[in-house]
Design a protein. Sequence first.
Length: 351
Amino acid sequence: MISVIFAETATMYKSLLRPLLFRFDPEWVHHFTFKSLRKLSKIPGISTFLQKKFQLNDPRLEREVFGLKFKNPVGLAAGFDKDAKLYKELNSLGFGFIEIGTVTPRPQLGNDKKRLFRLKEDGAIINRMGFNNDGVDAAVSRLKKNKNVLIGGNIGKNKITPNEKAVEDYKICFEALYSYVNYFVVNVSSPNTPNLRELQDKEPLMNLLNTLQQLNAKKPKQKPILLKIAPDLTNEQLLDIIDIIRETKIAGVIATNTTISREGLQSENKNETGGLSGKPLKNRATEVIKFLSEKSGKAFPIIGVGGITSPEDAIEKLEAGASLVQIYTGFIYEGPGLIKAINKKLLETLK
């Protein structure tokens, strides 16, 4: 039954809407989709229609992770709603939580266009966006209107900020967003900001996370802080990550960000620079989740992301040790029906 529902929704999206959208530049399509969904949601009855079609509310789907209650374990990964412009409308599509960002202290345009590429034959995307966003203050102004959407705040540094001063950028974002997000994600793993991944080395990462935890400790209520890591880390580096989490006592990990690997790709755009997401990342992301879960003795929660394009992919991440999952590229290729299909599959496994 689950497979039939997923197939029907996916077929409609794939046969009608996706072929049309995929005729145009992917970044233009992204902005067009945002504007269209915002306008549609203002029409009386549309939000209710979307909720009935795509949301699945069942107490058996609820998860309590790092002290927060999620209505279901399927979230939207950072990068889609960078500036918190569409979180309410996206929530209507059935997500259990929305992660905004990556936001930086000051607005920045990001890298030069063209910077977003579809790899249709591989079910993948390459992006080199470069933390393009309106700045943290703009995100805060929009999040002030939030009423009941569980929000994660993914934070980073501005491109012009040298690594030795990066901590200050993360502090600014933390302080500004503290009252408006439910959890934080420290992004030091994007391949599209020069030298950013150097902050994943043990010493600078310890300094960054300890500084944020010190700020957190001064707050009336501490917010969970998670670390988003690259899939390209070695096992030795992953063991360092486990040690860092134990020492800094942050809440958990998001595994994984995009990869710089191009192994096994078939598409014409495969050699574009940037981070690769989608199907080719599925196995490596699952390997990282399993490694962290097993080697740490399940000491901390993991949000699994990377290559989830079916309910089975999501179950695989959860069985590997993830507490929650996020989708992005799978959402673009499979459509909004994927969220409900995953949740239905989860309910089926409980029977």
